[in-house]
Every structure is written in C-alpha cells, then in structure tokens.
Design a protein around this ligand. Structure first.
Ligand SMILES: Cc1cc2nc3c(=O)[nH]c(=O)nc-3n(C[C@H](O)[C@H](O)[C@H](O)COP(=O)(O)OP(=O)(O)OC[C@H]3O[C@@H](n4cnc5c(N)ncnc54)[C@H](O)[C@@H]3O)c2cc1C
Length: 462
C-alpha cells in the first residue's frame, strides 16, 4: 500500500482485520508542510463505523460541523443543517491522517515512513500493490492512464483567519459563497479561527503571471460580499498556500496485481465536498476486491472489473453533479446531497414521484393483482459486494451492460418479481415473500413493489 491518507489507511486496516499481511509505505510527515482544512460530510461516518474508529474520530479535536451556510448566485442566504441532527467533521488533514495511520497500525499493518518512487514501489515484495498516494499517483501516473478533465483546472488558495467571534447563524457550519467568476468556502478550526479558501482558474487569474499568491487571494476575497465583510473584522494569520484542485480520472483503475484508489484514481472538484467520502468508499471497495482476489483467485478478474466500473461510475456521477451546479441550472447544491442523505446515483435511477403515485394508486385500488414481469427486464448473474467479497448473484437487468439491481429498500426484488406473478392479493404476496426470504418491513415491501410497477418492470396483464 502506497499512501497513508483516508483511502490507503481504510484499505490497509480492513485487509489487516481480514487476516492479510499489509505493509503501508507513506511519506514522512513534515511539521513545516502547509495544512489544509476540510469538511467531512456525515456519511463518512458509515465507513468510520465499518473501520471501528468513529469513537476516535468523534473524540479528536475536530469541530463537529452541523451543516452548511451558503450564498450561491442571487439566492438569499441558505442555512442548511444536516438531516436528523447528524454532524460531520471539520478536520485538519494531517490530524485525520495520523489518527487513521494509528488505527491501521493497531490492526497489524506495518508502516514504513518513506517517500517512494514508482520503481521503488514496484521492487517491494508484494502479491498485490495498491496506489493510494493521492494526486502524486506513484503507480497511477505510469499505469492508470491519468486523464485531466478539460475545463476543470483549478487552484485553491487557502489561509487561516482569526476573530474573537464570527457573526454567523451557526459557527460550526461550512460557508460557501459564489462570486462572479469563482467560489469561496470557509471551514471552522475552533470558535475563533477559520480557514478561508478561494478556487481560482490559474489561466484567468494573475497567478500564472507571477503575481504574488497573497495579492491574488485578497483580490478574490474582495470579489465576495459575505466573506469579505466577515473578514474585514478578522486577522490573516499567515499568507495563503496553494493546492492543485484540478479534476482528473483514469483510463485503467486496476491491472492483474495492482489497483489505484482514492485520489490516486480520480479527483473531484472540492465543490462536491465528497473527496474524503469518495476516498473512504473507494478504499473500502479496494479492500473487498483485493481480499476476493487473494482468497478466491478465480473471482479476481470479475472483482477487478467490478472495481473499475464502480470507480468510473462514481467519478462520472460526481463530475455530472459538479457541472450541473457550476452551470447554474438550479439543481440542488452538491454540498447538500449529503445533508439530505441522497445517493445521487440511486436517486437518479428511481422513477419520478408522479410515476410512483400512479403505480401506488393502481396497486391500492385494483381488486386483484394481475402482474407479470415485463420482457424489458431479465434476471442475470452480476458481480456484487457480499460482506467482504465480490460474488456473482442474480440481479434484475435491463441491458447487457446493466450492473443490475438486487435490493430496493432492502427488499430482494429478484424474489419479489418472481412471486408477484403468482399472487392475486398484496397481502398474500407479502406473506409469500416473507415465507421465502424472511421477515420484511411492510412499508419497505410496498415501496419496492410500487417501484417495480413504476419502473415498468412489473406490468399489468391484459
Ligand atoms: C483544496 C482542496 C480542498 C478539499 N476540500 C475537501 C473537503 O472539504 N472535503 C472533502 O471531503 N474533500 C476535500 N478535498 C479532497 C480530499 O482532500 C481528498 O479527496 C482526499 O484526501 C483523498 O484521500 P486519499 O487517501 O486518496 O489521498 P491523500 O489524502 O492525498 O493521501 C495520499 C497519501 O499518499 C502519501 N504519498 C504521496 N506521495 C507519496 C510517495 N511518493 N511515497 C509515499 N507516500 C506518498 C501522502 O503523504 C498521503 O499520505 C479537498 C482537496 C483539495 C485539493
């Protein structure tokens, strides 16, 4: 494993917990290196739970962010708390990294503090090599075919400010403000200090013309209305540092005995506020794929193909979301997708509320069910995650390349589709489903059934 960031430490800890011998090689930390502050969304908590480190993350000196306060375009200020009172984490990247490296060590991972080159990494003995070295892309740059995203070249300039108190609806919130040709955001470090960053296109600012970064930074801050007025009463603690935040993806996410994960695989615009969540999720899936390959080599190729498809899909989804928002089409802000608990890929696949309502009304009012599977849907064997392995399982598919669906609202739709043709009453169908697959929540069952009808996968017999 190369890289001790969120993705590498996630994969390393999981593989060690599952009985594998893992060596993690990561750059030594440097106290003089610039420190980036980031907002982690509440959904990162799912992976912290899986890793068994939520208590440590909660106990660390990270502000618990309660949501976002946003000024976007001409819209009025939006104060958006996270759903259900959940909290995210406002982290200093080195502190999060140190915590996660400790957790990997605790699980038995051997950690070597060394900056490695591609050749050095390739020469280290390993049955499988994972590149989690972020933008550096130690193996990714020569193996994965990194592709820069046109039109998404961005530099982030970030600096820390201090003020005795910040006049905000909620000081723990991440602040986001758009301005004529860019956007800025701010992450609290404690009650007095905030990191404030601006995103600039290096081609259109004076950055490439040798103008000092602080002058560019101040000029950008002056374009904002809300943040500039907040900062008028604050002290700049040190000049800004710059980070490349340009987007890229890979043409190959894995080979026979290597894969790239997290930012080594692809980088999404910080506007999505999803980088760490993506890195954690990608790190988890990498562990599942490598575990499958090492324990059941016959499934290795299927597992790697599944990983590559998932990585490409995740990047495409986040790219589309970022573009929609930056184009100002009025789509909901990606910062809020997490707050609302919406998984964008799944939300897009669900039929419209109108289609749901019509399907539900028909199901509710029909004296008898006369349902059958539509010829547009078939049951086919597809790769899927089952606990810590990639397995082949039956799924509902609509095309040859469709990865398919097995569960909707935790209901096995392959079983439901089969049983629906055999029963005339919803109550009978419910009982038959429970008898064949185990207890099921009635509301979830009805939602899944309605969804199958709304999608046109279950149709009414003539
Ligand atoms: C300006 C900016 C703002 C961001 N804001 C947010 C945010 O608010 N919220 C969010 O969720 N995400 C944010 N992100 C994205 C987030 O930082 C990344 O997506 C996330 O850190 C990726 O994790 P990773 O483990 O894949 O890579 P990294 O975190 O980059 O970790 C890479 C690791 O590899 C090590 N390494 C690198 N080169 C070598 C080498 N040659 N040898 C050995 N080790 C090496 C590094 O030391 C490090 O430990 C932001 C990114 C930027 C640039």
């Amino acid at each position: 494993m190369i890289g001790g960031g969120p993705s590498g430490t996630t994969t390393a800890r999981l593989l060690a917990m599952w009985g594998h011998r893992v060596t993690l090689v990561t750059r030594p930390s440097s106290p003089s290196a610039p420190v980036l502050a980031e907002s982690l969304t509440p959904s990162c908590g799912k992976i912290f739970d899986l890793l068994g480190i939520r208590a440590q993350v909660d106990a660390a000196a990270f502000v618990h962010g309660r949501g976002n306060t946003v000024w976007w375009g001409d819209e009025a200020m939006r104060v958006e708390p996270f759903a259900d009172g959940a909290h995210g984490w406002q982290v200093m990247v080195p502190a999060l990294e140190a915590l996660m490296i400790d957790a990997a060590c605790e699980a038995g991972v051997t950690v070597i503090r060394q900056r490695v080159t591609d050749e050095e990494a390739a020469a280290m003995p390993a049955a499988f090599r994972i590149d989690a070295s972020g933008r550096a892309g130690v193996l990714a740059r020569t193996r994965a075919g990194r592709v820069s995203e046109r039109g998404h070249r961005t530099v982030a300039l970030s600096a820390q400010w201090s003020r005795a108190s910040w006049p905000l609806p909620d000081w723990t919130h991440t602040l986001v403000e758009s301005y004529e040709d860019g956007w800025a955001w701010s992450v609290p470090l404690d009650t007095e200090r905030r990191a404030v960053a601006v995103m600039v296109d290096p081609r259109t600012t004076q950055l490439t013309r040798g103008v000092h970064a602080e002058a560019v930074y101040r000029a950008e801050i002056n374009k904002t209305r809300q943040l500039s007025s907040l900062l008028a009463g604050a002290d700049l603690l040190a000049p800004p540092n710059g980070w490349d935040a340009s987007m890229y993806s890979s043409t190959h996410y894995c080979g026979d005995d290597w894969l790239v994960t997290g930012d080594a695989a692809s980088f999404v615009d910080p506007l999505s506020s999803s980088g760490v969540k993506k890195a954690l999720t990608s790190g988890w899936l990498a562990a599942v794929v490598v575990h499958t390959q090492l324990t059941r080599p016959a499934m290795g190729e299927t597992a790697r193909a599944f990983y590559a498809a998932r990585e490409a899909e995740m990047y495409a989804g986040l790219l589309a979301l970022t573009r929609r928002y930056l184009s100002g089409s009025g789509q909901s802000h990606p910062f809020w997708a997490d707050r609302a608990g919406v998984d964008t890929a799944e939300a897009d696949a669900e039929p419209s509320p109108d289609a749901h309502r019509q399907a539900w009304d028909r199901l509710r009012l029909a004296p008898d069910l006369h349902l059958e599977a539509s010829p547009a849907v078939a049951v086919a064997s597809r790769a899927a995650v089952a606990a810590r392995e990639i397995v082949l399982e039956p799924r509902l598919v609509t095309t040859a390349s469709d990865p398919g669906v097995r569960y909707l609202f935790d209901v096995d739709v392959v079983a439901l589709l089969r049983l629906a043709a055999q029963h005339r009453q919803v109550s009978e169908l419910f009982e038959a489903y429970a008898a064949s697959t185990g207890p099921v929540d009635l509301a979830a069952f009805l939602r899944a059934l309605t969804s199958l009808v709304a999608r046109g996968w279950l149709v009414w017999r003539a």
